[in-house]
Design a protein around this ligand. Structure first.
Ligand SMILES: Cc1ncc(COP(=O)(O)O)c(C=O)c1O
Length: 439
């Protein structure tokens, strides 16, 4: 038994306590509001991070060959810091002109925040399954879906939302090629992919908009928060306006459109400024943890560590994931799902829905659940992969274009601890637990 609990990805502050320094400054100068010097400073840091030609630490990027990279020294993206990544998705969709009754293409294999804002707008998600290698949106299926939607409704989808699941890049060149051909804007959901790259370029900077999340479990945190990467000054101004209740320029409140209270607090942004000083250390740590899992699990039959499909992909490995073949027998798997779980995944606050049965019609295999329970009892937090949105009861009536990939992965996959507090010894301990759980 580990003498500490090992979590998937806990918030980790800079050694110098810079986060507290910036928060103190906010209090000392009475900027305890959702705007101010920390918000501006954090946005400037984020702009530098996403626009830097090859990122802040060029040499540490996976692919050192500059000929291979996409040249983009002209990048001049603007960033708005927001109260959450979900708010960023919501505003990006509004900026793309999504209205009630419209259809929006979205990756099915994702966390609900990629698709819920579509429904907030009274629009309809069109779920697209994943490709086997990256686990992200299948570009061929996506194009088939676009053609089919145009044939069936006479209108093209209003936006495309690919998702960097667990930090893994999507085939952004393929996506952009199809999106440009049909004239459909792309909202990159890089909430989990902060600092992940495609051919050296940071995710979130290819599409029309890019979503980032700084929730407590993300690559860097502001406790809760997010940001929207905008294509230019004009788009940035519109997002800023929408995020601050769409106020017109009068000495009194004058509203000519519906806005939102989505701007980031100056306190949270203070945390963000401190976090930016260690962002690259975090990313490098997650990548290191990936290498260690890969090495230590390489001889275990039936267990695969999910890695970059080829050299174009440069995942931040926000969460490291494994798949467990159904042939792997795990101790106690005959008793899997005998107990009803109390509370929600991730300990979400305010969970009041008790459930009667431990089963749903689509759930991880018994060996995966048995391994999760064994790890839990050994002090290790592990989690099933995200259940695809097209298998969620709340989306039972939504249109989906499926190939079986995400459902199959959901049944065999598991997320393992990957964050800054996870030491090499922890990874060895976790792998030992996995090996001894196998019969
Ligand atoms: C894929 C994805 N999109 C969007 C979000 C929303 O971010 P937030 O929790 O900051 O609202 C998250 C994370 O929580 C996510 O994992």
């Amino acid at each position: 038994m580990a003498n500490k609990r090992i979590y998937l990805c806990l918030a980790h502050m800079s050694d110098e306590g810079l986060e507290q320094k910036y928060i103190k400054e906010a209090f000392d100068t009475n900027w305890v509001v959702p705007l101010g010097p920390n918000v501006n400073g954090f946005e400037a840091d984020l702009e530098q991070f996403v626009n830097a030609e090859f990122g802040m630490r060029n040499a540490e990027c996976n692919n050192g060959d500059s000929a291979f990279r996409i040249p983009h020294s002209a990048l001049n993206k603007r960033v708005v810091a927001l109260s959450s990544g979900t708010a960023a998705v919501h505003l990006a969709l509004i900026a793309c002109g999504v209205q009630p009754g419209d259809e929006v293409i979205v990756q099915s294999f994702t966390f609900c925040a990629s698709s819920h804002p579509i429904t907030y707008l009274g629009a309809k998600p069109i779920f697209i399954d994943s490709e086997k290698d990256s686990w992200n949106i299948d570009v061929g299926l996506m194009e088939e879906a676009i053609k089919d939607r145009i044939a069936k409704t006479g209108r093209k989808p209003k936006a495309i939302v690919p998702v960097a699941l667990y930090g893994m890049p999507y085939d952004i060149e393929g996506i952009m090629e199809v999106a440009n051909r049909y004239g459909i804007p792309v909202v990159e959901d890089a909430a989990e992919g902060f600092g992940s790259r495609w051919k050296g370029q940071v995710l979130g900077t290819f599409g029309d908009y890019g979503v980032l999340s700084f929730n407590g479990n993300k690559m860097i945190t502001t406790s809760g928060g997010g940001a929207l990467i905008c294509p230019d000054q004009e788009a940035w101004q519109r997002i800023m306006w929408l995020a601050t209740q769409a106020r017109e320029a009068y000495p009194y409140y004058q509203h000519e459109a519906i806005g939102y209270n989505y701007r980031m607090s100056n306190i949270c942004a203070g945390i963000g400024r401190g976090q930016m000083t260690i962002a690259n250390d975090h990313i490098n740590h997650h990548k290191h943890v990936f290498e260690l899992y890969k090495e230590l699990l390489k001889d275990v039959d039936g267990i695969e560590v999910h890695g970059n499909p080829d050299e174009r992909y440069d995942s931040n490995f926000w969460l490291n994931t494994i798949t467990i073949d159904p042939s792997v027998r795990v101790k106690g798997q005959e008793n899997a799902y005998k107990t009803v779980v109390q509370g929600a995944v991730g300990g979400a606050a305010g969970v009041v829905h008790a459930t009667e049965s431990a089963h749903t019609d689509c759930e991880p295999n018994d060996n995966v659940e048995a391994l999760r329970v064994i790890l839990d009892q050994a002090g290790v937090e592990a989690r099933p992969l995200w259940k695809p949105m097209h298998k969620q009861p709340v989306y039972k009536d939504a249109t989906a274009y499926v190939n079986g990939v995400s459902e199959a992965l959901f049944k065999v996959g598991m997320c393992l601890p990957s964050g800054p507090y996870v030491t090499d010894d922890d990874v060895r301990y976790i792998v030992d637990c996995i090996k001894s759980a196998i019969v």
